[in-house]
Design a protein around this ligand. Structure first.
Ligand code: AMP
Length: 315
């Protein structure tokens, strides 16, 4: 019988910014490139897909685990947010992560911490409208993590599509010298987007939850199948999808159709398809949804892909 394969050793954890920087400096001096994957822990295959991608793109992979108090609203789940560092570390060991940065709240926020990074405009709608202060708290912590680590690349999931757009804008606006990469959303077989908050579901909610993605698929099909030629047709399709979600047991926060680059609302799909997306590029419309199932708030998004437009040949 073959001996059991040795268990991978757990990646080291640092809780101090100074020791993170010391390690990064040593790697830099050795000529290594560095990737950062910021997380709030309670890791699942969605997070690990980002880590795998980081592993392929850089010599050293740092994963941060920090449940950021300033991105939670007063009535949100900060105290109950799942935390399991031991389990997270063993998952990261399998992917050969070089370092886990898991600072305490006191290390990140001095008692008189008083600076905020606010990315206006992109933070004002979708999740920004229903979670006041959330994106400012998120942008502030991501700016700190990027400046503490100064990696070559940082990878974020398209599950949080608006978050990714805000981070890209912040990094551009503040000239933070880090390349931001997006990673496609990872789903369960049922279609449900993986999320640390899926652990909150009871048995009945587990059965209902995949309906969120199913509703996006149906709305996307209706929008693509020649529907939505007239202005109010998009709204009719979205309203039907919202009604289906409510019937399934969700409380809908929003369900909207927007451009993937600008995140602006698309009101007329035919005109949008003719005009193209940003700078006349191929249109990249996307459905965005947020809904509560019991006390759990879920988000999801789905790109609408259109067949390439026939180019008008000049005679
Ligand atoms: P969180 O721990 O929820 O803050 O997520 C950390 C990172 O993992 C963020 O960049 C998320 O967008 C990403 N992420 C979370 N869930 C998924 C998923 N299902 N697919 C892809 N990326 C994800």
């Amino acid at each position: 019988m073959a001996p059991p394969s040795p268990r991978p050793t757990l990646p080291p954890v640092t809780r101090k910014i100074a020791s993170l920087r010391k390690q990064i400096t040593a790697w830099r001096q050795a000529g290594d490139t560095i990737a950062l994957v910021p997380t709030m822990g309670a890791l699942h295959q969605g997070h690990l897909a980002l880590v795998q991608s980081a592993r392929k793109k850089a010599d050293r992979v740092v994963v941060s685990i920090f449940v950021n108090p300033i991105q939670f609203g007063p009535s949100e789940d900060l105290s109950s947010y799942p935390r399991d560092e031991k389990d997270d570390r063993s998952k990261l060991a399998i992917h050969n992560v070089d370092l886990v940065f898991a600072p305490d709240v006191e290390e990140m926020f001095a008692g008189d911490f008083s600076t905020r990074v606010q990315v206006s405009e992109l933070s004002d709608f979708l999740c920004g409208a229903s979670r006041p202060g959330h994106f400012t708290g998120m942008a502030t912590i991501v700016a700190k993590l990027l400046l503490q680590t100064l990696p070559d690349i940082a990878i974020f999931g398209e599950k949080d599509f608006q978050q990714l757009a805000i981070i890209r804008r912040m990094v551009r606006d503040l000239n933070i010298p880090v390349k931001i990469l997006g990673h496609p959303l990872i789903r369960e077989k049922s279609g449900l987007a993986l999320s640390s908050r899926n652990r909150y579901f009871n048995e009945q909610e587990k059965l209902i939850a995949p309906e969120l993605y199913a509703s996006l698929r149906r709305a996307a099909d209706a929008l693509k199948q020649g529907g939505a030629k007239k202005e109010n047709e998009i709204e009719a399709i979205l309203a039907a999808a919202r009604a289906q979600l409510i019937e399934s047991g969700f409380r809908v926060d929003y369900l909207e159709l927007r451009d993937s680059d600008s995140l602006q609302v698309i009101e007329n799909l035919a005109a949008y398809k003719r005009k193209g997306g940003k700078a006349g590029a191929r249109p990249k419309a996307r459905l965005f949804v947020a809904a509560f199932l019991g006390k759990t708030r879920l988000i999801d998004n789905l790109a609408l892909t259109f067949p390439a437009q026939k180019s008008r040949s000049k005679k």
